[in-house]
Ligand binder design. Structure first.
Ligand code: SAM
Length: 356
């Protein structure tokens, strides 16, 4: 297994048929901002100072008020990016509209339509939350991951099997994603379709972001994520769990620095609507990093896929895997530029940037 893994990793470093030398960009320049996008302090190493450090530094200068204010503005910044999935206007605390929302509040309200959203293990920011009669079934690839069984098995063997499709393995994938995301250190990152939060937890532990949003449509995946966070004793100071549909992201437009979506696009009901949403929520210059299984490993498959896909999709209710060209085309159609990628077998990790 180890041999397969290292072979896959070294192959990933060299296999980029169309883009090799032209678009492959694994090590972008790193310029850690002195200040995070939300006004949160970053250390010289680019790591975010924990809230306790903010307290410590403020108290040594004898300025408890500014310490309080820093902690307050951190909390405020964390929740101020959340928006109503219906109106896209910011959510406010439903307890006291005059004061900044507090992370401990368990109800948020849309500032325009007044819909309420509550938090248990996670914020449920799906459009139909609260409806009593209406229910709808998503395509199979979405529903599968909502089951308790698959959510439980996911990090206990299921995900590890992706290595046979060319996925380099969690550690290597995380390092590759981190390289693409380096210019966004200090900012807010969404780990979209996070599953049980395997990458979200690594993003938090890296201390490179002022806020990590672990987002998924599956209630059971989010519960697993919450359990792993407890088990691993990870601080949730800079972590928010959100239930949402990727095609209806509950964030203010242009408010997010980076979005990572590992092994997910092939599960989304409409990759086009999803990428359009990703583009909407990213700030100009914001980075989208995704990985998925790719369809064009054997070039003769492409014309066959073109003909057969509508029928396969109609029968299965899923989107079959896209080709590298289709991914690039989709990103570009949604206003994301500088498409770069690394491929290995059926695996692709790619990055694109919101046009400035
Ligand atoms: C194969 S898992 C990937 C999990 C993790 N990101 C990883 O790298 O292993 C795909 C995830 O996509 C999520 N998903 C499927 N449809 C979705 C949708 N419409 N909106 C948000 N997430 C969705 C599933 O719940 C599942 O957790």
């Amino acid at each position: 297994m180890a041999a397969v893994r290292s072979a896959a990793i070294s192959a990933a470093a060299v296999v980029a048929p169309r883009g090799f030398g032209r678009r492959r960009r694994l090590v972008p320049c790193f310029a850690a901002p002195a200040r995070g996008a939300s006004g949160v302090t970053a250390s010289a190493s680019g790591k975010m100072l924990p809230r306790s450090a903010l307290h410590a530094s403020a108290s040594t200068t004898g300025a408890p008020d500014s310490d309080e204010a820093a902690a307050e503005s951190l909390v405020e910044a964390e929740l101020s990016k959340l928006a109503c999935p219906i109106c896209y206007y910011p959510l406010v605390s439903s307890i006291d509209h005059q004061s900044a929302p507090s992370k401990s509040d368990s109800t948020l309200e849309c500032s325009t339509c007044k819909k309420l959203f509550s938090k248990d293990d996670y914020w449920d920011l799906t459009v139909a939350v609260g409806s009593t009669e209406y229910s709808e079934t998503m395509p199979a690839a979405t529903e599968l991951f909502r089951t308790q069984l698959v959510s439980f098995l996911y990090e206990r063997g299921w995900r590890q099997n992706f290595i046979w499709g060319g996925f380099p393995g969690l550690e290597k994938e995380f390092e590759m994603a981190k390289d693409y995301l380096k210019p966004k250190s200090g900012g807010i990152i969404i780990d979209a379709s996070c599953g049980s939060g395997l990458f979200s937890r690594l993003f938090v532990k890296s201390e490179l972001y002022c806020l990590v949003v672990a987002l998924d449509f599956s209630e059971n995946m989010l519960k697993q994520c919450k359990e792993f966070i407890k088990q691993e004793n990870i601080s949730d100071e800079r972590l928010v769990l959100v239930r949402a549909d990727i095609s209806r992201l509950p964030f203010v437009s242009g408010s997010i620095d980076a979005l990572h979506a590992g092994a997910a696009i092939h599960c989304w009901p409409s990759p086009a609507c999803a990428v359009a949403e990703i583009s909407r929520v990213l700030r100009p210059g914001g980075v989208f990093v995704g990985s998925t299984f790719i369809a064009d490993v054997l070039p003769p498959v492409i014309p066959l896929l073109r003909i057969g896909r509508p029928y396969i999709d109609q029968i299965t209710g899923n989107n079959t895997f896209l080709s590298e060209l289709e991914l690039e085309d989709l990103c570009s159609a949604c206003g994301l530029v500088n498409f770069t990628f690394v491929r290995n077998g059926f695996y692709i990790m790619f990055s694109a940037t919101k046009a400035s």
